[in-house]
Design a protein around this ligand. Structure first.
Ligand SMILES: C[S@@+](CC[C@H](N)C(=O)[O-])C[C@H]1O[C@@H](n2cnc3c(N)ncnc32)[C@H](O)[C@@H]1O
Length: 251
C-alpha cells in the first residue's frame, strides 16, 4: 500500500507492456510495447483524487486483521494516497476500456473509488456504454467512493460487501468482459478470488491483477497465473500489474 504512495509522487511515466505468455488474440493485436499516459485526459479523476487525499487517514477494514502472513500492518488507518491506483496506470485502464468497449467491468476492492473513476472514464470514452460493478466491505471508504464515482458517471453499481459473498446475487454467469482483482494481496486470497470469478467471466475476458510485485508470494502467484492453460496471452504492465486474456484451452 505505501509503495503506491511513493510511486504516485514520481508522477506520470510511460508504462511498459511486457509480453509473458505469447499467443494470438485481442491483446496481442492491440497493445503497443509502451503506453504513454498523456494521450488520455484524466483531469476529472485527478481533481477528485486530490480532494480525497486531503480527507486524510481513514480506518482500514477490520477483515485485514484475520489475514495471515501479510507483509504490512493489518490494522490502523490508511489515506487514499496509500492505496490508490496511480494516475499513469489509471490512464492505461481508461485507454484499455476505450479500445475494448466492454459491456461489463468488475473490480474488487473499490477502496476510495480512485481506480473505479478511471474505469468509468474509459466507459465514457467508449461512447457511454457498459457498466462497472465494484465491491467494497469498508463502509466508510465505500461512502467516499460512491461520491467519487458519481462525480464521473452513474454507470456503476457499488456493492458494500466482499466480492466472494456478493458475486452470486449481483452478477450473471459469463457476463464479465474485464475484471480487476485489487483486494488482499496474498496468493491465498488471489487464487480463491480468481476461482470464484471464473464462472462470471466471458470466454475471452481480460483479467487484471494489481500489486503482483507486492511480495515474493504475490510474484510467484502471478507467474503461475500468467502461464495457465486457459490463458491466451499475458502481459506485465510496468512492475506492478498483471493482465491476462482468457480463451486458451480449458483445464
Ligand atoms: C488496494 S485497495 C483497492 C484500491 C483501489 N482499487 C484503487 O486502486 O483505488 C484494496 C481494497 O480492497 C478491499 N477488500 C479487501 N478484501 C475484499 C474483498 N474480498 N472483496 C472486495 N473488496 C475487498 C479493502 O477494504 C480495500 O479497500
Amino acid at each position: 500500500m505505501f509503495r503506491k504512495f511513493r510511486e504516485r509522487l514520481l508522477g506520470r511515466r510511460d508504462i511498459s507492456l511486457r509480453p509473458m505468455k505469447q499467443g494470438a488474440g485481442w491483446l496481442q493485436s492491440t497493445l503497443p510495447p509502451t503506453f504513454s499516459p498523456s494521450q488520455i485526459d484524466v483531469s476529472g479523476v485527478r481533481i477528485r483524487a486530490e480532494q480525497t487525499g486531503r480527507l486524510g487517514e481513514q480506518p482500514l477494514w477490520e477483515g485485514y486483521s484475520e489475514v495471515k502472513d501479510y507483509p504490512y500492518a493489518t490494522s490502523g488507518n490508511r489515506t487514499s494516497e496509500q492505496v490508490r491506483t496511480a494516475e499513469d496506470m489509471g490512464a492505461f485502464y481508461a485507454w484499455l476500456v476505450s479500445r475494448r468497449r466492454p459491456d461489463m467491468i468488475v473490480e474488487f476492492g473499490t477502496a476510495f473509488g480512485i481506480s473505479g473513476m478511471f474505469w468509468l472514464t474509459g466507459l465514457a470514452l467508449a461512447g457511454g456504454r457498459g457498466r462497472l460493478f465494484t465491491y467494497e466491505p469498508n463502509l466508510i471508504w465505500a461512502d467516499i467512493a460512491e461520491s467519487n464515482l458519481r462525480a464521473i458517471s452513474d454507470r456503476f453499481t457499488l456493492t458494500r460487501g466482499i466480492f466472494e459473498e456478493c458475486a452470486a446475487a449481483t452478477l450473471a454467469e459469463a457476463s464479465v468482459d474485464i475484471a480487476f482483482i485489487d483486494a488482499i494481496h496474498t496468493s491465498d486470497f488471489v487464487y480463491a478470488q480468481y476461482d470464484k470469478l471464473k464462472p462470471y467471466l466471458k470466454a475471452d475476458a481480460l483479467v487484471l491483477f494489481d500489486d503482483v510485485d507486492f511480495s515474493p508470494d504475490m510474484g510467484e502467484c502471478w507467474r503461475d497465473l500468467a502461464y495457465r492453460p486457459e490463458i491466451v496471452s499475458s502481459y506485465q504492465l510496468g512492475d506492478r500489474v498483471g493482465l491476462v486474456e482468457l480463451g486458451g484451452s480449458r483445464p
